[in-house]
Design a binder for this molecule. Sequence first.
Ligand SMILES: *[C@@H]1O[C@H](CO)[C@@H](O)[C@H](O)[C@H]1NC(C)=O
Ligand SMILES: *[C@@H]1O[C@H](CO)[C@@H](O)[C@H](O)[C@H]1NC(C)=O
Ligand SMILES: *[C@@H]1O[C@H](CO)[C@@H](O)[C@H](O)[C@H]1NC(C)=O
Ligand SMILES: *[C@@H]1O[C@H](CO)[C@@H](O)[C@H](O)[C@H]1NC(C)=O
Ligand SMILES: *[C@@H]1O[C@H](CO)[C@@H](O)[C@H](O)[C@H]1NC(C)=O
Ligand SMILES: *[C@@H]1O[C@H](CO)[C@@H](O)[C@H](O)[C@H]1NC(C)=O
Ligand SMILES: *[C@@H]1O[C@H](CO)[C@@H](O)[C@H](O)[C@H]1NC(C)=O
Ligand SMILES: *[C@@H]1O[C@H](CO)[C@@H](O)[C@H](O)[C@H]1NC(C)=O
Ligand SMILES: *[C@@H]1O[C@H](CO)[C@@H](O)[C@H](O)[C@H]1NC(C)=O
Ligand SMILES: [Cu+2]
Length: 776
Amino acid sequence: MVVQSLLVAILAAIPTLARPDANFWKRVVDARDTGTTCDIYADPPKTKAPKSNVWSQITTEDVKAVWDLVHAPATGLNLTNPDNATLTDNYVYFIDTLSTNKTAVLPYIDGEGPSPSKYARVVIFEGGKEEPVSQEYMVGPLPVDKETKVEKLDYIFNGGKGGAVPFNGRAFDGKRSSATTPLLTKVMGDVADITIALFDGAYLGPTHNGTNITAADTTPVSIDGSTAYRTIMFRYPGLASYMLPIDFYVIMDVTGTDASKYFLRGYVTNERFFATAAELRAAYDAGEIINEFPQTRDSTWALLDIQKEMGKRDLEERLAPQSIELGGKRYRLDTEQQYVEYMGWSFYMAFTRTLGLMFYDIRFKGERILYELSMQEAAAQYGGFQPKAANTVYHDTYYAIGTYAATLVEGFDCPYGASMLNISYPQGRGSSVHPQGLCLYEADSGFPVARHRTSGSSTYGFTRLGSVKGSALHVRTILTIGNYDYMFNYAFHVDGSIEVEVRASGYLQSSPYYKNQTRFGPRVSQGTQGSLHDHILTFKADFDLLGQKNSLEVTDLKVVNQSHPWFPEFGTFEQMELQTSTMKTEQQFNWAANGQSMYCVVSEKENAWGTKRGYRIIPGRSNIHLSIPNSPFTKKNSEFLKSHLAVTKVHDTEPYANSWQNVNMPAAPQQDFAKFFDGEDIENEDLALWFNLGMHHFTRSEDVPVTLYSEAVSSITFAPQNFFDRAQEGDLQNRRWIVSNTTSGKLEYEDYGVPLASCKVELEEPVDKILPWVTL
Ligand SMILES: *[C@@H]1O[C@H](CO)[C@@H](O)[C@H](O)[C@H]1NC(C)=O
Ligand SMILES: *[C@@H]1O[C@H](CO)[C@@H](O)[C@H](O)[C@H]1NC(C)=O
Ligand SMILES: *[C@@H]1O[C@H](CO)[C@@H](O)[C@H](O)[C@H]1NC(C)=O
Ligand SMILES: *[C@@H]1O[C@H](CO)[C@@H](O)[C@H](O)[C@H]1NC(C)=O
Ligand SMILES: *[C@@H]1O[C@H](CO)[C@@H](O)[C@H](O)[C@H]1NC(C)=O
Ligand SMILES: *[C@@H]1O[C@H](CO)[C@@H](O)[C@H](O)[C@H]1NC(C)=O
Ligand SMILES: *[C@@H]1O[C@H](CO)[C@@H](O)[C@H](O)[C@H]1NC(C)=O
Ligand SMILES: *[C@@H]1O[C@H](CO)[C@@H](O)[C@H](O)[C@H]1NC(C)=O
Ligand SMILES: *[C@@H]1O[C@H](CO)[C@@H](O)[C@H](O)[C@H]1NC(C)=O
Ligand SMILES: [Cu+2]
């Protein structure tokens, strides 16, 4: 019995400790009496990144130099300062960091190659051109010197027009919005007496003191860039405006740069469309237009605040449990390089305005698992029978989702003592710093990573048992975009697995309540209905398992008829077996019914047992894709939302699933994800896996005041599958081994040199640590 003698040998080798008496645990809890202090706020130990972070956001100095270069008359872009520009001028919309080509990075991080050059991407709205467009440029190499070139950035877009987007499809920025304001003011002024009579509210222009309803826009504003429209819903103003919609909509045609050509398409109210003010007035005068379920102007019911009338729960005056790093921080940081090491893991972080947090060169025990892990799009599509819900699609990259990192609340968004990091990104002619926009902390997994016990004894029910601590390093950021606070959590577990989780909390984009429209969601208050919608968040996971030669292995659990000679009486009967195949070409695909297929990215290299070393893609919670395959508003610009998973061969020309202005171009996308699937062979190739997380948001009254993170959650895990020769727990010292001595009846345990911390922890209120926005 090899196993037993091995156990005996281990037992003999360890010093046995007496089981703590009953008061021991009390003493630990009362350790504050000893006066020692565990400094949970101590900075994490430092480390030095092996290479410089070649993916990080470009520096403030680089942004300034790029700004000055593109504005220099000699560059020939004929730019007007954005502060003074109009629709028909050329002006910079934003500067961001361009993705660094993987082919340029690999020789550097894996060898002695030169550090790849960094580039800026510059979006210029060229309203001053004969054919007005938005055009992207790449500017580099950086820092700016005489080698630096300003060239059109076309290679990352596959729609056929490169980095150009026609004026009508380009982002509906403040200047476009302002150009349409006179028309909106006029068409709403024409019916102000009606809106006052119905809703006790009027829109007489953005600064007019008689305006007391709020105009809210939506996307898309175009379908193919040939025309543009602006769809507006009205709400009562206030902190919870999203929850106070009224039944009144305006649709305007706003095609082109000449505001004198803009015109009203019509009004919508009472589920009816009126092409002119006169038509609306006729219906109103005939008594056909009513406001059956008046909206509340007072939004206190919709605020995330203590509701006194709900009372108070027993013992709620006590502080809730906290996850505290009692033993001190067990991860190392190189803040400058945005580089982290933890329990065998290491990775670099980078940020863009467009995508937010991205991870690069994620390694476990020195071996690269992922070259890149990044969110690519946060989308939502709604359903309803009115022009806001029915016509809304959001691609949050359009709003530069990466610039909306919320200041995190220590002790509540992240545990007390977490490393609270600033996020910086290019902004105008410089950079913005978002203080405490990211937190890093190690937390108890809530369960041991491994446990076992051997045979029972009469006294304790066991003779030997062991339990190994489960913990993970979490990287967390919350992006507050529009009505939602999306929480992104990346957990690096001690067993070599990575979990990606996204949660959503925030106001519903709600609708006024319509009696016969509960098929679009329930009534959630007097005048408000929760509109059903999908949230879909697309991610990219560029796996590099032991190099770039990887394949996607599919293992199906198949039921087959078999017979066995030792049980002839069963004849032929059903049994399950594994049928393994490798995906041949790039494709979009879905999770199998009943979870009966396992998807693994595998290396061509084998473990000690002759099995290909791989990582499994494990579905977590709410693994969904977009419900509607053929909506005109997500026709061809949202193909990445339409499958659970996809696999492609990696190309420098395909760094992103989407383009940030694609939302306005559903029929003529600037970037068509479907074109990634052009039949390329993916066996033993450099692969990227694309996956979707999300929620079908079946709205409920418990979405008032806001959707709860507890329910709106989606996740996925990547875990070693034959990547190692055994489980990755044997080198973890945070474990206990307990032996019951059947002779003495006592318990003895081994702590492997990791005793309990004996300390007093002082928690600090976060308030004085919250910093204001800083724009450099
Ligand atoms: C904007 O225009 C005004 C008036 O022509 C001028 O004084 C000002 O310098 C301009 N601002 C910028 C940033 O170009
Ligand atoms: C420069 O831009 C202005 C608009 O700002 C435009 O009127 C002018 O024609 C442009 N000049 C050239 C040479 O393109
Ligand atoms: C709005 O301004 C006008 C004068 O400009 C004034 O007579 C009126 O009382 C103001 N109304 C409100 C509601 O403040
Ligand atoms: C909103 O403004 C209109 C005038 O534009 C006024 O008649 C109405 O009483 C106002 N309603 C409220 C609630 O202030
Ligand atoms: C974050 O930025 C603030 C200024 O905005 C600065 O005071 C603070 O030291 C920064 N924190 C870190 C960890 O860099
Ligand atoms: C709801 O009912 C109204 C009145 O009966 C009708 O005009 C309207 O078409 C209905 N709407 C829908 C979406 O069924
Ligand atoms: C196994 O054989 C039985 C009897 O012929 C048949 O009903 C069943 O469908 C078969 N199962 C499979 C998985 O082929
Ligand atoms: C990245 O690679 C593409 C395709 O080879 C190339 O066109 C582009 O110029 C490269 N970008 C940079 C910043 O070097
Ligand atoms: C069990 O307890 C007995 C009696 O106290 C002691 O003699 C013996 O050494 C213990 N056995 C082990 C394995 O520690
Ligand atoms: Cu939602």
